[in-house]
Design a binder for this molecule. Structure first.
Ligand SMILES: *Cc1c(COP(=O)(O)O)cnc(C)c1O
Length: 313
Protein backbone atom coordinates (compact mmCIF):
# COMPACT_ATOMS: atom_id res chain seq x y z
CA UNK A 1 0.00 0.00 0.00
CA UNK A 2 1.08 3.60 -0.53
CA UNK A 3 2.03 5.41 2.69
CA UNK A 4 -0.86 7.50 4.02
CA UNK A 5 -0.32 11.24 4.41
CA UNK A 6 0.48 12.15 7.99
CA UNK A 7 1.30 15.31 9.92
CA UNK A 8 3.43 15.44 13.06
CA UNK A 9 1.41 15.88 16.28
CA UNK A 10 2.48 13.17 18.75
CA UNK A 11 5.75 12.50 20.53
CA UNK A 12 6.42 8.95 19.34
CA UNK A 13 7.27 6.32 20.29
CA UNK A 14 5.67 6.83 23.69
CA UNK A 15 7.58 5.38 26.67
CA UNK A 16 6.94 1.78 27.68
CA UNK A 17 8.22 0.69 31.07
CA UNK A 18 7.68 -1.91 33.82
CA UNK A 19 5.05 -1.17 36.47
CA UNK A 20 6.27 -3.03 39.56
CA UNK A 21 4.27 -3.63 42.72
CA UNK A 22 1.07 -5.20 41.36
CA UNK A 23 1.91 -8.92 41.67
CA UNK A 24 2.26 -9.41 37.91
CA UNK A 25 4.83 -8.94 35.16
CA UNK A 26 3.11 -5.72 34.28
CA UNK A 27 4.27 -3.03 31.85
CA UNK A 28 2.67 0.27 30.88
CA UNK A 29 2.57 2.00 27.49
CA UNK A 30 2.43 5.72 28.11
CA UNK A 31 0.07 7.20 25.51
CA UNK A 32 -0.85 9.63 28.27
CA UNK A 33 2.47 11.19 27.22
CA UNK A 34 1.83 11.73 23.49
CA UNK A 35 2.31 15.41 24.26
CA UNK A 36 -0.47 17.05 22.24
CA UNK A 37 -2.73 19.14 24.49
CA UNK A 38 -1.90 17.10 27.65
CA UNK A 39 -1.67 13.80 25.81
CA UNK A 40 -3.76 10.75 25.04
CA UNK A 41 -4.33 8.15 22.34
CA UNK A 42 -6.22 10.53 20.03
CA UNK A 43 -3.00 12.31 18.99
CA UNK A 44 -2.08 9.21 16.95
CA UNK A 45 -5.37 9.23 15.07
CA UNK A 46 -5.25 12.98 14.49
CA UNK A 47 -1.92 12.74 12.65
CA UNK A 48 -3.80 10.95 9.85
CA UNK A 49 -7.13 12.76 10.20
CA UNK A 50 -5.55 16.19 9.88
CA UNK A 51 -3.43 15.15 6.88
CA UNK A 52 -6.55 13.75 5.21
CA UNK A 53 -8.55 16.93 5.90
CA UNK A 54 -5.76 19.14 4.53
CA UNK A 55 -5.52 16.98 1.40
CA UNK A 56 -9.27 17.49 0.90
CA UNK A 57 -8.88 21.25 1.18
CA UNK A 58 -10.99 21.42 4.33
CA UNK A 59 -11.75 24.75 5.96
CA UNK A 60 -13.81 23.43 8.84
CA UNK A 61 -14.02 20.17 10.76
CA UNK A 62 -17.13 18.97 12.59
CA UNK A 63 -17.46 16.18 15.12
CA UNK A 64 -19.66 15.28 18.07
CA UNK A 65 -19.35 13.54 21.43
CA UNK A 66 -19.46 14.07 25.16
CA UNK A 67 -18.62 17.51 26.54
CA UNK A 68 -15.71 15.86 28.38
CA UNK A 69 -14.48 14.13 25.22
CA UNK A 70 -10.73 13.70 25.04
CA UNK A 71 -11.00 13.49 21.26
CA UNK A 72 -12.72 16.90 21.12
CA UNK A 73 -9.98 18.39 23.31
CA UNK A 74 -7.11 17.03 21.25
CA UNK A 75 -8.85 17.69 17.92
CA UNK A 76 -9.36 21.32 19.02
CA UNK A 77 -5.62 21.70 19.51
CA UNK A 78 -4.71 19.84 16.30
CA UNK A 79 -7.10 22.03 14.27
CA UNK A 80 -5.72 25.16 15.94
CA UNK A 81 -2.19 24.16 14.87
CA UNK A 82 -3.34 23.67 11.27
CA UNK A 83 -5.65 26.73 11.09
CA UNK A 84 -8.80 24.65 10.62
CA UNK A 85 -12.09 25.85 12.08
CA UNK A 86 -13.29 23.21 14.55
CA UNK A 87 -16.91 22.63 15.58
CA UNK A 88 -18.01 20.10 18.20
CA UNK A 89 -21.64 19.28 19.00
CA UNK A 90 -21.64 17.95 22.56
CA UNK A 91 -23.89 16.66 25.34
CA UNK A 92 -22.85 15.94 28.90
CA UNK A 93 -23.85 12.28 28.73
CA UNK A 94 -25.29 11.08 25.43
CA UNK A 95 -26.92 7.65 25.91
CA UNK A 96 -28.27 4.70 23.94
CA UNK A 97 -31.78 4.12 25.43
CA UNK A 98 -31.80 5.40 29.01
CA UNK A 99 -29.66 8.02 30.78
CA UNK A 100 -26.98 6.49 33.04
CA UNK A 101 -27.88 6.52 36.72
CA UNK A 102 -25.61 8.95 38.57
CA UNK A 103 -24.78 11.01 35.48
CA UNK A 104 -24.32 14.65 36.36
CA UNK A 105 -23.17 17.67 34.38
CA UNK A 106 -19.47 18.44 34.45
CA UNK A 107 -17.59 21.60 33.64
CA UNK A 108 -13.89 22.36 33.42
CA UNK A 109 -11.49 19.59 32.46
CA UNK A 110 -11.55 18.75 28.76
CA UNK A 111 -14.32 21.21 27.95
CA UNK A 112 -12.38 24.13 29.35
CA UNK A 113 -9.34 23.13 27.29
CA UNK A 114 -11.36 22.66 24.08
CA UNK A 115 -12.66 26.20 24.46
CA UNK A 116 -9.16 27.48 25.22
CA UNK A 117 -7.96 25.93 21.92
CA UNK A 118 -10.67 27.90 20.11
CA UNK A 119 -13.23 25.16 19.40
CA UNK A 120 -16.79 26.20 18.57
CA UNK A 121 -18.60 24.11 21.17
CA UNK A 122 -22.34 23.64 20.63
CA UNK A 123 -23.75 22.21 23.83
CA UNK A 124 -27.11 20.42 23.79
CA UNK A 125 -29.18 18.97 26.65
CA UNK A 126 -28.64 15.23 27.25
CA UNK A 127 -30.38 12.96 24.78
CA UNK A 128 -29.65 9.85 22.73
CA UNK A 129 -26.62 9.33 20.49
CA UNK A 130 -29.05 9.31 17.55
CA UNK A 131 -30.27 12.78 18.50
CA UNK A 132 -26.66 13.92 18.77
CA UNK A 133 -25.79 12.56 15.29
CA UNK A 134 -28.89 14.26 13.89
CA UNK A 135 -27.88 17.60 15.43
CA UNK A 136 -24.41 17.18 13.96
CA UNK A 137 -25.83 16.45 10.48
CA UNK A 138 -27.96 19.59 10.71
CA UNK A 139 -24.95 21.65 11.72
CA UNK A 140 -22.90 20.20 8.85
CA UNK A 141 -25.65 21.15 6.36
CA UNK A 142 -25.68 24.67 7.78
CA UNK A 143 -21.88 25.01 7.52
CA UNK A 144 -21.82 23.57 3.99
CA UNK A 145 -24.35 26.19 2.92
CA UNK A 146 -21.91 28.81 4.21
CA UNK A 147 -18.55 27.30 3.20
CA UNK A 148 -19.35 25.04 0.27
CA UNK A 149 -17.86 21.57 0.21
CA UNK A 150 -14.89 22.24 2.46
CA UNK A 151 -16.44 20.79 5.61
CA UNK A 152 -15.02 17.48 6.80
CA UNK A 153 -16.84 15.33 9.36
CA UNK A 154 -14.87 13.23 11.81
CA UNK A 155 -16.49 10.21 13.46
CA UNK A 156 -16.94 10.08 17.24
CA UNK A 157 -13.58 9.49 18.92
CA UNK A 158 -11.85 9.70 15.54
CA UNK A 159 -12.84 6.08 15.01
CA UNK A 160 -12.81 5.42 11.31
CA UNK A 161 -10.28 3.61 9.18
CA UNK A 162 -7.61 6.31 9.62
CA UNK A 163 -7.83 6.14 13.43
CA UNK A 164 -7.58 2.36 13.30
CA UNK A 165 -4.65 2.62 10.92
CA UNK A 166 -2.83 4.81 13.45
CA UNK A 167 -3.11 2.03 16.06
CA UNK A 168 -2.13 -0.66 13.58
CA UNK A 169 1.07 1.37 13.18
CA UNK A 170 1.41 1.99 16.94
CA UNK A 171 1.64 -1.77 17.51
CA UNK A 172 5.09 -1.70 15.92
CA UNK A 173 6.37 0.32 18.88
CA UNK A 174 5.99 -2.69 21.19
CA UNK A 175 6.48 -5.72 18.94
CA UNK A 176 5.41 -9.20 20.01
CA UNK A 177 6.77 -8.95 23.55
CA UNK A 178 3.55 -9.35 25.54
CA UNK A 179 1.06 -12.12 26.20
CA UNK A 180 -1.78 -9.67 26.82
CA UNK A 181 -2.47 -6.04 25.97
CA UNK A 182 -5.23 -4.48 28.08
CA UNK A 183 -6.78 -1.04 27.45
CA UNK A 184 -10.01 0.94 27.61
CA UNK A 185 -12.04 0.38 24.45
CA UNK A 186 -14.82 2.77 23.39
CA UNK A 187 -15.34 4.07 19.87
CA UNK A 188 -13.16 1.25 18.58
CA UNK A 189 -10.25 2.39 16.47
CA UNK A 190 -7.68 1.65 19.19
CA UNK A 191 -9.10 -1.86 19.50
CA UNK A 192 -9.44 -2.48 15.76
CA UNK A 193 -5.93 -1.26 14.98
CA UNK A 194 -4.28 -3.37 17.68
CA UNK A 195 -6.40 -6.42 16.87
CA UNK A 196 -5.37 -6.22 13.22
CA UNK A 197 -1.72 -5.81 14.12
CA UNK A 198 -1.60 -8.80 16.51
CA UNK A 199 -3.90 -11.17 14.66
CA UNK A 200 -2.41 -14.64 14.59
CA UNK A 201 0.40 -13.73 17.02
CA UNK A 202 0.97 -14.86 20.62
CA UNK A 203 -0.29 -11.46 21.86
CA UNK A 204 -3.94 -11.30 22.94
CA UNK A 205 -5.65 -7.94 22.60
CA UNK A 206 -8.20 -7.34 25.36
CA UNK A 207 -10.44 -4.26 25.35
CA UNK A 208 -12.22 -3.25 28.53
CA UNK A 209 -15.58 -1.64 27.79
CA UNK A 210 -16.33 1.77 29.33
CA UNK A 211 -19.74 2.06 27.66
CA UNK A 212 -22.43 -0.53 28.48
CA UNK A 213 -23.36 -1.06 24.84
CA UNK A 214 -22.87 -4.77 24.03
CA UNK A 215 -23.26 -4.14 20.29
CA UNK A 216 -20.15 -1.96 19.98
CA UNK A 217 -18.15 -4.85 18.44
CA UNK A 218 -20.54 -4.67 15.47
CA UNK A 219 -19.19 -1.16 14.87
CA UNK A 220 -15.64 -2.47 15.33
CA UNK A 221 -16.37 -5.01 12.58
CA UNK A 222 -17.41 -2.18 10.26
CA UNK A 223 -14.25 -0.18 11.04
CA UNK A 224 -12.25 -3.36 10.40
CA UNK A 225 -13.78 -3.70 6.92
CA UNK A 226 -12.87 -0.08 6.13
CA UNK A 227 -9.35 -0.58 7.49
CA UNK A 228 -9.05 -3.65 5.29
CA UNK A 229 -9.92 -1.54 2.24
CA UNK A 230 -7.01 0.74 3.12
CA UNK A 231 -4.44 -1.95 3.90
CA UNK A 232 -5.56 -5.14 2.18
CA UNK A 233 -5.97 -6.83 5.60
CA UNK A 234 -8.67 -9.46 5.93
CA UNK A 235 -11.41 -7.87 8.11
CA UNK A 236 -12.17 -9.16 11.62
CA UNK A 237 -15.75 -10.01 12.54
CA UNK A 238 -17.51 -8.68 15.66
CA UNK A 239 -16.95 -11.99 17.53
CA UNK A 240 -13.20 -11.80 17.02
CA UNK A 241 -12.87 -8.76 19.30
CA UNK A 242 -12.37 -9.52 22.98
CA UNK A 243 -14.51 -6.79 24.52
CA UNK A 244 -15.12 -7.20 28.24
CA UNK A 245 -18.26 -5.51 29.60
CA UNK A 246 -17.79 -6.47 33.27
CA UNK A 247 -16.10 -3.28 34.46
CA UNK A 248 -18.27 -0.53 32.94
CA UNK A 249 -19.87 0.41 36.27
CA UNK A 250 -22.99 2.65 36.17
CA UNK A 251 -22.51 3.84 32.59
CA UNK A 252 -20.45 5.77 30.08
CA UNK A 253 -18.98 8.86 31.64
CA UNK A 254 -19.91 7.82 35.18
CA UNK A 255 -17.05 6.69 37.47
CA UNK A 256 -17.17 3.15 38.91
CA UNK A 257 -16.27 2.07 42.45
CA UNK A 258 -13.51 -0.29 41.30
CA UNK A 259 -12.13 2.23 38.85
CA UNK A 260 -11.94 4.95 41.48
CA UNK A 261 -10.24 2.59 43.95
CA UNK A 262 -7.54 1.64 41.41
CA UNK A 263 -7.10 5.26 40.33
CA UNK A 264 -6.07 6.09 43.90
CA UNK A 265 -3.88 2.98 44.19
CA UNK A 266 -1.97 3.67 40.97
CA UNK A 267 -1.47 7.31 41.96
CA UNK A 268 -0.12 6.27 45.39
CA UNK A 269 1.96 3.25 44.36
CA UNK A 270 3.33 4.47 41.03
CA UNK A 271 2.82 8.25 40.82
CA UNK A 272 0.82 7.76 37.62
CA UNK A 273 -2.55 9.40 36.92
CA UNK A 274 -5.45 7.38 35.52
CA UNK A 275 -8.75 9.02 34.56
CA UNK A 276 -12.25 8.27 35.93
CA UNK A 277 -13.96 7.48 32.58
CA UNK A 278 -11.55 5.18 30.73
CA UNK A 279 -8.21 4.16 32.16
CA UNK A 280 -9.31 3.75 35.80
CA UNK A 281 -11.98 1.25 34.72
CA UNK A 282 -9.58 -0.56 32.39
CA UNK A 283 -6.96 -0.89 35.10
CA UNK A 284 -9.60 -2.19 37.48
CA UNK A 285 -10.48 -4.88 34.93
CA UNK A 286 -6.85 -5.77 34.45
CA UNK A 287 -6.27 -6.24 38.19
CA UNK A 288 -9.41 -8.38 38.61
CA UNK A 289 -8.32 -10.62 35.73
CA UNK A 290 -4.81 -10.97 37.18
CA UNK A 291 -6.30 -11.87 40.57
CA UNK A 292 -8.60 -14.49 39.03
CA UNK A 293 -5.76 -15.84 36.84
CA UNK A 294 -7.72 -15.10 33.66
CA UNK A 295 -4.59 -13.42 32.32
CA UNK A 296 -0.90 -13.93 33.14
CA UNK A 297 2.59 -13.88 31.71
CA UNK A 298 3.86 -10.53 30.51
CA UNK A 299 0.99 -8.03 30.46
CA UNK A 300 0.93 -4.56 28.91
CA UNK A 301 -1.48 -1.91 30.16
CA UNK A 302 -1.89 0.58 27.31
CA UNK A 303 -2.52 3.92 29.08
CA UNK A 304 -4.72 5.80 26.62
CA UNK A 305 -4.66 9.16 28.46
CA UNK A 306 -7.71 11.11 29.60
CA UNK A 307 -5.93 12.90 32.42
CA UNK A 308 -7.75 16.29 32.04
CA UNK A 309 -11.06 14.66 33.08
CA UNK A 310 -9.58 14.52 36.60
CA UNK A 311 -10.09 18.30 36.74
CA UNK A 312 -13.72 18.26 35.63
CA UNK A 313 -16.05 19.20 38.49
C1 LIG B 1 -10.92 7.71 23.37
C2 LIG B 1 -10.30 7.09 24.55
C3 LIG B 1 -10.23 5.71 24.71
C4 LIG B 1 -10.85 4.74 23.74
O1 LIG B 1 -10.27 4.75 22.49
P1 LIG B 1 -11.20 4.36 21.24
O2 LIG B 1 -10.24 4.30 20.11
O3 LIG B 1 -12.21 5.44 21.13
O4 LIG B 1 -11.84 3.06 21.55
C5 LIG B 1 -9.63 5.20 25.82
N1 LIG B 1 -9.10 6.01 26.76
C6 LIG B 1 -9.13 7.35 26.64
C7 LIG B 1 -8.55 8.16 27.72
C8 LIG B 1 -9.73 7.93 25.54
O5 LIG B 1 -9.76 9.27 25.44
Amino acid sequence: MVPLPRVFLAQLPTPCHPLPGYGADLWIKRDDLTGLALGGNKARKLEYLIADALAKGAKAIVTCGAAQSNFVRMASAACAIHSLEFHAIVMDHPYEDEPAVGARPWTGGNELLSELFGAHMIRLPDDTWDALYQAMDDHVDHLRSLLGGQVVVWPVGGSGPLGAFAFREAAQEIGENFHFIVFASASGSTHVGLAHAFRGSATQVLGIAVDPEPDLPLDFGKISVELGRLTGDQPLSAEEFRFDLRFVGPGYGVPSGGGEMWRREVARRSGILLDPIYTGKAFHGLMEMVRDKEIGGRILFWHTGGVPAIFAT
